[in-house]
Design a protein around this ligand. Sequence first.
Ligand SMILES: Cc1cc2nc3c(=O)[nH]c(=O)nc-3n(C[C@H](O)[C@H](O)[C@H](O)COP(=O)(O)OP(=O)(O)OC[C@H]3O[C@@H](n4cnc5c(N)ncnc54)[C@H](O)[C@@H]3O)c2cc1C
Length: 293
Amino acid sequence: MKPARFDYYAPQSTDEALSLLSQHGDDAKVLAGGQSLMPLMAMRLARPPVVVDINRISALEHITSADGGGINIGALTRQRSVELSDVVAQRFPMLSAMVPHIGHFQIRNRGTVGGSIAHADPSAEWPAFAMASDAQIVLSSSTGSREVDAGDFFVTYFTTAAETGEMVTEVRLPGSGAGWGWGFEEVCRRHGDFAMTGAFTRVHLDNNGACDDSRIVIFGVGGTPVRIESAESVLRGSNGEMQSLEQVAAAVSEALDPDSDIHASALYRKEVSGVMARRALVGAFRRARGEEN
Ligand SMILES: Cc1cc2nc3c(=O)[nH]c(=O)nc-3n(C[C@H](O)[C@H](O)[C@H](O)COP(=O)(O)OP(=O)(O)OC[C@H]3O[C@@H](n4cnc5c(N)ncnc54)[C@H](O)[C@@H]3O)c2cc1C
């Protein structure tokens, strides 16, 4: 099918794009990589009267180092640029490990960081990664910009804290300092499919090798990624021994109330999420101890 009729604008600057979004309000949709929006429009599941194509705004395409080991990624940066970036590999190896799991390289060549974040698909990797990394999402409008913590940004299925007239302009990843390790695991039927469930974990070890801080975020199990603080509490004080990781896995499964769909039952998602968390934590402890990159 072909999309319903729409007015098309191709602004050359962020200010021009934001002024168009302010002018057209809820009628306008941003077009970034088009990997999700165009199929929805072609199937007429989305019928925006106005499309604001941001692909000519080069200022929105960047990966820059920030103080304290962080990086800032412009909304229009392609997934593939993140995958191939040296600074990302050096500062955020969890991100380098994650990006190849997003669809296929043809999709990553066009699909953007801001598009994945704004689309807020609960089975997508970026929202969960952002939450596990304590990222801030920059939302801009014609009247200014604000930073929203990733934990507050994702509201429910395909819905974010962005208000009418706002656009994602940057994703800011803070550096985490020494003593942290990461782990990422997901399960899907075929490589490149959306995950049925997955886990991003980060652990910080004290001088005795015991966990004193962590993030455990599961995705594909509801309307948004879920940070499971009850499981993080169970992990506190653990040296990563299997018995304690089994207890954490049980706490993860216990905390979840996922849906069933054609890809997996709720029970499968509940059980396997715990397994994903446990496996990701094994990797996180190894990396925190310096046994793995
Ligand atoms: C076959 C296939 C497999 C895929 N597999 C995966 C996968 O495994 N994991 C995964 O995470 N994703 C997957 N995707 C989705 C892909 O990552 C998309 O690129 C991404 O979800 C949307 O990014 P985009 O730049 O293409 O956004 P678009 O399609 O251009 O836009 C998507 C939505 O976000 C809005 N939007 C875009 N940019 C902004 C912005 N800067 N500010 C505000 N709103 C904005 C649009 O208005 C629209 O509502 C897959 C897609 C396809 C087609």
